[in-house]
Design a protein around this ligand. Structure first.
Ligand code: AHM
Ligand code: MG
Length: 340
């Protein structure tokens, strides 16, 4: 049997060999991974625990929170408060940032998360996940504020997600490629199961919520119509479609076998750039995708270059296999370049 490498061993070796992971960051990743194990236990309880259904509260985006959204948020906050590795946290489920209380030492990192992504899938037993992004607090001379979080995704020190599916898998980057760890439920440890993950540049699989087709912008409609035309159309090949409605699960499939994911701007809410949130959904996923050789844009620019103006900012997302993302982005640029 080949030697099993645990998450701890992987992080220690990354630190030793590449000097990539300062000890506070290593602790942070281990604490997040431990919190994900606790969330996985709650997810697995399903109808046997008090975890299903809505909580009758709304988050800052005006969405009804599920019980599991709130449980997962609390688990992540409790786990990360006391270790001395963080200055503050921000979450999809909290209006403003959560500063580490004064009774604990303050660390140099900032943690953002979507505690339970794909909430609409909780009650129907379909894969869901936790997404996280780690930034450095740039100015350590003063107290932490929301401003400290408003950094481009290219500044992330680490990012990842945990998918609660048939297996519980933690996917991580510290800027040196993408590694995957599967939870061994018998020993309770995360075991390295994939390293140097690479997304094929070409694909025949796209993911988009087709029910919104009539609301899309012309470049998105053009791209999808060309995919649907299949072998006899301009693309000269048949495409397959998947849409799980959990970004974590869709991105996990793309990291595993390629594909392209789109959640574009559409006319349902024309004033918003899209549905997904930049700082704790798009940025961490874009970091992972780029580290695996893929590409992530908002149709015009690289997602990781976008300068956030506010914590809960939304963004249009196109990510995955490089050649497909380049094509969709070129279609947007062609339209933008045409004189009005
Ligand atoms: P959530 O963070 O409230 O769960 O919403 C984000 C999710 C993504 O995981 C997924 O890609 C998208 O919303 C699905 O949206 P839709 O139901 O419009 O297809
Ligand atoms: Mg989400």
């Amino acid at each position: 049997m080949s030697k099993r490498v645990s998450l701890t061993q992987y992080l220690v070796e990354q630190q030793r060999e590449h000097g990539k992971i300062p000890s506070q960051l290593r602790l942070l990743i281990e604490v997040v991974a431990r919190a994900c194990k606790r969330i996985a236990i709650s997810v697995n309880k399903g109808a046997l625990g008090d975890v299903m259904g809505s909580a009758s509260t709304e988050n800052v985006q005006g969405e009804i929170q599920k019980k599991l959204d709130i449980i997962s948020n609390e688990v992540l906050i409790e786990a990360n408060e006391w270790g001395g590795h963080l200055a503050a946290m921000a979450s999809e489920e909290m209006d403003t940032i959560h500063v580490v209380p004064h009774r604990y030492p303050q660390g140099e990192f900032l943690l953002l998360f979507d505690p339970l992504d794909g909430s609409s899938n909780i009650d129907v037993n379909v894969s869901i996940g936790t997404i996280f992004s780690v930034l450095r607090k740039v100015d350590n001379q003063r107290g932490v504020s929301e401003e400290d979080f408003l950094q481009a995704g290219s500044q992330q020190a680490a990012a990842g997600y945990c998918v609660y599916g048939p297996q519980t898998t933690l996917v991580l980057t510290v800027g040196d490629g993408v590694a995957m760890f599967t939870l061994d439920r018998e020993t309770g440890s995360w075991v390295l199961t994939a390293e140097h993950v690479q997304i094929p540049a070409d694909t025949k699989e796209f993911a988009i919520n087709m029910s919104n087709m009539r609301h899309w912008a012309p470049p998105v409609t053009r791209y999808i119509e060309e995919c649907l035309a299949g072998r006899t159309g301009v693309r000269g090949k048949d495409f397959n479609m998947r849409w799980i409605a959990s970004m974590v699960a869709d991105v996990h499939r793309i990291l595993s076998r390629g594909g392209v994911f789109l959640y574009p701007w559409d006319q349902r809410e024309p004033d918003k750039p899209g549905k997904l949130r930049l700082m704790y959904e798009a940025n961490p996923m874009a970091f992972l995708i780029e580290q695996a050789g893929g590409m992530a844009t908002n149709g015009h620019s690289r997602i990781l270059d976008l300068q956030p103006g506010k914590l809960h900012e939304r963004v249009s997302v196109i990510l995955g296999s490089k050649n497909e993302v380049e094509r969709v982005t070129a279609y947007h640029q062609e339209v933008a370049a045409k004189p009005a």
